[in-house]
Design a protein around this ligand. Structure first.
Ligand SMILES: [Zn+2]
Ligand SMILES: [Zn+2]
Length: 222
């Protein structure tokens, strides 16, 4: 006998058939997905014929080759990210990763390794999990690319949310180091984090990977 199983959508809880750890169609509609023609600097939309948006052109060179983000943070996206980060919404990792993998698979890009932006151990103890690492583990499963905790946060930094761009850059100076000096020359890295705001966290993390070819991906961007 055929079995029909229903699973709750991690976004709204609605039961959907054969929908294990995926957003239901309603939730997918409510998330404002980024377009496939995107800015290589920030993962947002482009407003001209170049590969970079006017804001990024002003901003100056980024230390990565390309940037992806799954969705623009609207009200629903903010709720999802907030639950994921601060209210133990770990079940969302897989649903985000499915969307992220879809995005990567629609390109010709190939990556050797997925590297999550690390949390300082104090914050890790406080939260109990690293949201970027969970997203990375789920992406590893979807894309069949190994995830490796190559980076270590060597300084406890203030939360970035309340800081402006200059203060963010200062706050993060030399916050990351690479573990055990592995061979990273020419390594194609997908560096992942939860939210893209100014890109300063990712920029600082890239500094610890100067020999690698880095592409960044975040769950949301604002
Ligand atoms: Zn839903
Ligand atoms: Zn841009």
């Amino acid at each position: 006998m055929e079995q029909f199983l229903s699973f709750p959508c991690p976004g709204c809880g609605a039961l959907v058939d054969d929908n294990w750890n995926q957003f239901c169609p309603d939730c997918c509609e409510k998330l404002q997905m980024t377009s496939s023609s995107h800015c290589r600097g920030c993962g947002g939309g482009i407003d001209g014929i170049l590969d970079y948006c006017s804001k990024c052109l002003q901003f100056g060179a980024r230390p990565w080759q390309n940037a992806y983000s799954i969705f623009e943070i609207n009200q629903f996206g903010r709720e999802m990210i907030h639950r994921y980060k601060y209210r133990n919404g770990v079940e969302l990792a897989r649903a985000f990763a499915r969307l992220g993998a879809e995005k990567i698979c629609s390109t010709n890009e190939h990556f050797d390794v997925i590297v999550p932006v690390p949390l300082h151990w104090l914050r890790y103890l406080h939260r109990g999990y690293n949201q970027s690492q969970l997203f990375g583990l789920a992406l590893q499963h979807e894309l069949n690319i190994p995830m490796c905790n190559l980076l270590k946060r060597c300084r406890h930094t203030r939360r970035q949310a309340s800081l402006n761009r200059e203060a963010r850059i200062k706050n993060l100076k030399n916050a990351f180091v690479i573990r055990n000096q592995p061979q990273t020359k020419g390594l194609s890295v997908l560096l992942i984090d939860d939210v893209f705001t100014t890109g300063s966290t990712l920029t600082e993390a890239c500094r610890a990977l100067p020999l690698a070819k880095v592409t960044v991906m975040t769950i949301g961007r604002r």
